[in-house]
Each structure stands twice: as structure tokens, then as C-alpha cells.
Ligand binder design. Structure first.
Ligand code: GLC
Length: 710
């Protein structure tokens, strides 16, 4: 077998740069430009990897060209955005984060990897690890939510799920930690806008999930589109070479995002493609995704002495090493054997799994008078709203090879699970229509008046979140608030099912509805999973991975804020507040109800050398078995730096039978209790620490114990 070194020594400059060039095919459009004459470029050795192409036949054909019609026959790798499933689409990542279950996250990663590899993919552009605290940003939907520790747990789970133990295995795919780094802090929640955060916030909030991915062995990292304090990540030598490669010893492949090297000119840091290519290569970017900057700019950069052959060779070697680790030199058809079906099916087993995962990600926000679950034999149902029979919308954004016509809508799910319940469906207009036709509105009111149970399906379309899908407002789109008001005015208890890629501000509905379920976009088995929750077949356990604002004016709002010098005091005018809105969110990070109730007891601490052990018990005090998540937050009330009022230190999701009590014990070390000093080095200050335990970050419901740690 030719070694990467042998290949490198035989390669021309064009062939070397070809290995550094990733080009999109045409199975999906995920960026502003598309490629032309891909096969011609392949034959000329000007492409080293393809994305947005999948299926055994298509990838096999392209691989054949690379192997048999190029001078050196170097295999391609094939990549795609497999963000929350490949064929069987699961809840969007923000929804899956609601499960607070790393075992689940790893399992769905393994499942997606198997499906993707079965369709000829070698690499997935996932996990997306951008901590996000601004729901105006559409990509909050794609990530782990607002908390760094959750981001770290998602990173480890997904990298292990996707890559498995052996990257060369036929059902393993290379993962890609993206978008490095702090993309979620873009100004005003507007995608691609500048990022300006402190070094401390960068180190404490945004970098750790990527460090966790590197520690888990992630094969690739994708640089973010954005600049950080004026330095675009695509040209950020300090963070790419300095932190990723030198500090964290990452030896995998760094790729740009879609066209981002060329966009260094728009950033205003490169006068032309040659300068852009030189900046990116020197910073540590190995693969140019869809800018053709390396192809068009690196030869001139070499001539002008802006880069060296050694820098090009180092990048080429990392790409060849990735292909070797993927087993592509041993068997380039490993993930695309002849005779295999073009795409894996969404079979009954996949649907069962997708239904179970979706059921873990539905957050019960309100349940006044325990109106849910519905009676064992429900009466007639009015199913109202533009998302009641909207199967394709249930997949959300980044739907890979999922098909909207395969998704189970709420209407279809209820009909399947409750075949004897009379269901009247009244859409009441469209998702974003500015008006509701009078007859459509009348139909909804009539349906609500005549039914025993009123279920209102509201929210966003799948395209209203994800990339380049930011919203300046967090209201319900279109005329849905008017629809909700008309249905609520009928005066019956209303159950709201909310579909969105972000928290939505809808105070009146939250005040007036009897029950509200945040469904996010639950995936291919949305309707059956929701029916399971409504009927009580599944006891909801999910919790919010993001704080839920009352209004967009409160953003950014999250649980880990620092106190400031004048924290809110209702009795003192001169404290931190709004004149027209409470400071408190509508729902806290971690909020989520169950059909049973859980209690916390016996909390005590036990000192240990350099740390403390926190003990106690969680009990199921209700009448149904169920799951809940226990959170442990920490605060250092006095340190040489002002510390967050709540920093998540531990979380554990547990299942408890009726009457069951489960003892827990969390060990906190100096590392958990410490922080980064002015030089971003871990430090610890002995003294008092306030520990908070509870089932969400709602300060009114946390139990506090204080300890002194030496
Ligand atoms: C897009 C996204 C990135 C995705 C890539 C390839 O612009 O920013 O998340 O993986 O291009 O589709």
C-alpha cells in the first residue's frame, strides 16, 4: 500500500492543492455557491473530498473516477451535514439536548453514523458545539443550548457515537466539531455578524466544548465564519494553531466553512484570493471548502513567498492521514460496497427508535390542573393550528436524507394512537400568513366549541431556524397569536403544542393556556411521540437546555450571569432592572414538568481532601414512574473575580418508580470549584462555596448548602 509519505513525494503542486480542496456536489444546497464540472475537476486531481453527495451508487461512481481516472488514484472522502439523523430524522439538537442524557446522545450519534456510512458517507459535519444564549440566532436550534457543561457532554457523546472505537470501521464516520469558535455570540443574534467577547468568556464558555471534542478524539474541526475581535476564525493563527494544535495537541484536519477563505476579503483582511489563501493556510486551515481559494491562490502565494511548500505539505499530510484512518487506502469502497441499496430505509425499527427519542425531548412547560395526560378514553378532539397536519415541518432544518413525506404529523399520530377518538382538524390559516381567512377562523372556533379537548398546534416552520434564519422578534409568526386568542376566548382549557427551533415569547398564551408542550422539531415520528405524551403512554421528562425569555428585550438571558454590583432589589430603585418587564425569564434553564412529582431530601456535604462530596436523595412522590434531571450548581460568593450566580457543575438524569427514592453523591474537586486566572490558567481559591441542588435553575426552587473547601 502506498503510504501518505510516498504519495506526497510523488504529487505535483496541483495534486497537493487538490487534496486541500473540498467541493459540493448537488444533492443539497447548503451555501451561496455551487460547483460546476465536478467530474472534470475530479479527473484533473483538483478535488480531494466531496460533500452533499450520498448514496452507494453516486459515491461509488465518484470514487471510481478518483481511483481510475486520476494520475495517482488517491481516494476521496465524502461528507454531509448529518445534524440530527440521516434517513430517520430525530429531534433537532436543541430538542435532543432537552433529554440531558449523554447515553442517549451517544446512541443517536452511533445510529446516524451507521445510516450515513451505509449511504457512502465517510465524514459528518457534526456535532455543532456552539453554546448559544441568544434565541434570535437561528442556529441555536442546531446546538447544545446555553450551558458549557452540557456542550462538553454533547461533544464527548457525539464524537464517540459518530466515530466509534475504530475510524476505519465500515459503520464509523469522522466527526467534525463545529463551528470553532464562539459563533453563537454573533452580534444582535444575527448570523455571520461579528463576535466581541472577553478572553475570559471565550475560555470559560465557548472553548470548553471544543476541548472536550478534541479530548474525545474528534477527527476534524470546522472554523467558524465569524471574526473574533476583528480576527476571522478562518485566519486566526492564535486559536487554530495556537490553541487547537499547540495547546490541545489536536493533530486532525481543520477545515474552513463554506467559502469562508474567500470571505476573508469581505472581512477586509485580505486584498485578494492569494492573500486569503495564505492567511488561512498559515493559520492552520487544511481544507478549503468551496472557496477555490487554495486552488486559485496558493500557487501565487508560494511564488510571492507568502507560504512555504512545507506548510502546504503539512496540510496535505493531515488530509492523507485522515483518509488512511478512515480506511480509504485499504478499501476506498468500504462505505459503498457494490450491490448495497442506494439508501438505508426508515424501517419499523428505526421508527420505533425515533419515536422513543422524540418522546424524551418534549418539554412539558405548563400543565394547569393536570389537564394532561388526557383521560384513558378521551372524548372528541379539536386539533387546531397550522402545525397540526404539517409532517414535513416536523423534521426542522438540516434534514439530510430525511423526507418530509415520511414524517408523522400530529394529526396522523393522534389518529393512529386514538383511532376511536373523533378528531376535528381545523388549520386556522398558515404558519406565516399575516391574516386568517374568516371562514378558517370560524372553523377553528366552532371546532373548539364542540370538542371535549382542544389542542392547538402553533409555532415556526422548519426553515425559520437553522443557518441564515435569524429572527429579530421571538413572537409567533404570522397571525398565530390572533388564532390562539380566538381559540382561548372560547373559554375551554387549551393544550398548546409548540414547534420551534428556539424559545418563543408568547406571554398571553402561557398565561391563558392550560398546558404547553415545547416540541421543538421532533423528527420523523413526531406525531406518535406527541400522542404518547398526550395520552400518558410516555411520562414527559425533558427539560429546557436554554432559558426561556418573556420578551426579546431580555436577550441575552441565561442562568450563568454574573451578579453585578447592584443586583435587582424590588425595594431599591437603583438596582439592575427594566421599567417595563421583570428580569426573570418565563421559564428557567432546566424547567420541565412531569406527570409525577419529585422530591429532594437528606442533602448533606462531606469534606474530602481538595474538594467536597454532596449527598442526598431524590424521590418520586407521585403516582407514575418517571424520569427527572437533578442539577448541581456552584457559586463562589467571594473570589478575586466576580463569579456567575449559578455555574452548572453536575447533572444526572434518573428514572424512579412510584415511591422510589434514589441516593446520589456528587464529588466536586478544586477544578470544579475553581476558575481561570487572568492568564487563563486554572486557579482555585479556598473558602466558602454555595452549592445549589434542584430540578431547574429557578432560584426559587433550589436548595442551597454552603461549604468551606481548603
Ligand atoms: C454551511 C454551514 C456548516 C455546514 C457547511 C457544509 O454553511 O455553516 O455548518 O456544515 O456549510 O454544508
Amino acid at each position: 500500500m502506498r503510504t501518505p509519505e510516498d504519495l506526497l513525494s510523488a504529487m505535483t503542486l496541483t495534486e497537493k492543492i487538490g487534496q486541500l480542496t473540498m467541493v459540493t456536489a448537488d444533492y443539497a444546497v447548503t451555501g451561496p455557491t455551487v460547483a460546476t464540472d465536478v467530474t472534470g475537476a475530479l479527473r484533473a486531481g483538483r478535488v480531494g473530498s466531496l460533500f452533499n453527495l450520498y448514496g452507494t451508487g453516486a459515491t461509488r461512481a465518484a470514487q471510481k473516477v478518483a481511483l481510475e481516472e486520476t494520475r495517482l488514484g488517491i481516494p476521496l472522502f465524502f461528507a454531509h451535514d448529518v445534524i440530527h439523523g440521516f434517513r430517520a430524522i430525530c429531534p433537532i439538537p436543541l430538542g435532543e439536548a432537552s433529554a440531558f442524557d449523554p447515553t442517549l446522545w451517544k446512541a443517536t450519534g452511533r445510529w446516524a453514523a451507521t445510516e450515513a456510512a451505509e449511504a457512502g458517507l465517510d465524514l459528518v459535519f457534526a456535532p455543532m458545539l456552539d453554546v448559544a444564549r441568544d434565541p434570535r440566532w437561528g442556529r441555536i436550534a442546531e446546538g447544545p443550548g446555553e450551558d458549557t457543561r452540557i456542550g462538553r457532554a454533547v461533544a464527548e457523546a457525539k464524537v464517540n457515537g459518530f466515530q466509534g472505537r475504530d475510524l476505519a470501521a465500515a459503520d464509523a464516520v469522522a466527526a467534525c466539531a463545529k463551528h470553532y469558535v464562539a459563533y453563537g455570540a454573533c452580534a444582535a443574534g444575527r448570523d455571520y455578524a461579528s463576535v466581541d467577547i472577553s478572553d475570559r468568556t471565550l475560555e470559560e464558555v465557548y472553548l470548553p466544548p471544543f476541548k472536550a471534542a478534541v479530548e474525545a478524539g474528534v477527527a476534524t474541526v470546522m472554523a467558524a465564519f465569524t471574526d473574533l475581535a476583528g480576527v476571522p476564525l478562518t485566519a486566526h493563527e492564535g486559536l487554530l494553531d495556537g490553541v487547537l494544535r499547540r495547546r490541545w495537541r489536536f493533530d486532525g484536519v481543520i477545515m474552513s466553512d463554506y467559502g469562508a477563505i474567500g470571505e476573508l476579503m469581505a472581512h477586509g483582511v485580505a486584498a485578494d484570493l492569494t492573500e486569503a489563501a495564505a492567511l488561512a493556510l498559515r493559520a492552520g486551515v487544511d481544507i478549503d471548502m468551496m472557496a477555490y481559494a487554495y486552488e486559485k491562490g496558493l500557487p501565487q502565494a508560494l511564488e510571492r513567498g507568502l507560504v512555504t511548500v512545507e506548510q502546504i505539505d503539512r496540510a496535505v499530510m493531515r488530509v492523507l492521514e485522515l483518509k488512511r484512518r478512515l480506511g480509504l487506502f485499504d478499501d476506498p469502497y468500504r462505505r459503498r460496497p457494490a450491490g448495497r441499496a442506494e439508501l438505508p430505509p426508515v424501517d419499523a425499527a428505526a421508527r420505533r427508535a425515533a419515536r422513543e427519542v422524540a418522546g424524551r425531548c418534549l418539554v412539558l412547560l405548563r400543565n394547569r390542573d393536570n389537564i394532561l395526560p388526557l383521560p384513558d378514553v378521551p372524548g372528541s378532539i379539536a386539533l387546531i393550528g397550522p402545525l397540526a397536519d404539517a409532517g414535513p415541518e416536523m423534521l426542522g432544518n438540516w434534514t439530510a436524507a430525511g423526507r418530509g413525506d415520511e414524517a408523522i404529523s400530529v394529526l396522523a399520530g393522534l389518529r393512529r394512537i386514538l383511532p376511536d377518538a373523533p378528531i376535528t382538524h381545523a388549520p386556522g390559516g398558515t404558519i406565516d400568513g399575516e391574516t386568517i381567512p374568516a371562514d378558517a377562523l370560524a372553523d377553528t372556533v366552532a371546532a373548539a366549541e364542540q370538542a371535549d379537548h382542544v389542542i392547538l398546534c402553533l409555532g415556526e416552520a422548519g426553515w425559520m431556524s437553522g443557518e441564515a434564519a435569524c429572527r429579530a422578534r421571538l413572537d409567533l409568526p404570522g397571525a398565530q397569536e390572533a388564532l390562539a386568542r380566538a381559540v382561548l376566548d372560547v373559554g375551554k382549557p387549551v393544550i398548546v403544542l409548540l414547534f420551534s427551533g428556539r424559545p418563543l415569547a408568547m406571554e398571553e398564551i402561557f398565561d391563558r393556556a392550560a398546558a404547553v408542550v415545547a416540541c421543538w422539531f421532533p423528527g420523523v415520528e413526531a406525531g406518535t411521540a406527541i400522542a404518547d405524551l398526550l395520552t400518558g403512554a410516555v411520562n414527559p421528562a425533558a427539560k429546557l437546555p436554554v432559558t426561556w425569555p418573556r420578551h426579546v428585550g431580555q436577550v441575552p438571558i441565561h442562568h450563568a450571569q454574573r451578579p453585578g454590583g447592584r443586583p435587582f432589589d424590588a425595594k431599591n430603585k437603583y438596582t439592575s432592572k427594566y421599567l417595563d418587564m421583570p428580569n426573570t425569564p418565563r421559564f428557567a434553564f432546566g424547567h420541565g414538568l412531569s406527570y409525577t412529582t419529585f422530591g429532594l431530601s437528606g442533602i448533606k456535604t462531606r469534606p474530602m481532601p481538595g474538594g467536597v462530596v454532596v449527598l442526598g436523595a431524590v424521590s418520586n412522590d407521585g403516582r407514575r414512574p418517571g424520569k427527572t434531571t437533578l442539577f448541581l450548581f456552584v457559586r463562589d460568593p467571594v473570589a478575586r473575580l466576580s463569579r456567575p450566580v449559578l455555574a452548572l457543575a453536575r447533572f444526572e438524569t434518573m428514572h424512579l418508580g412510584v415511591g422510589e427514592a434514589r441516593r446520589f453523591g456528587f464529588t466536586l474537586t478544586r477544578e470544579d470549584l475553581g476558575f481561570l486566572d487572568e492568564a487563563s490558567k486554572p486557579t482555585f481559591e479556598a473558602g466558602q462555596f454555595d452549592l445549589f441542588l434542584g430540578f431547574s435553575a429557578d432560584p426559587e426552587r433550589l436548595t442551597q448548602v454552603s461549604v468551606t473547601v481548603g
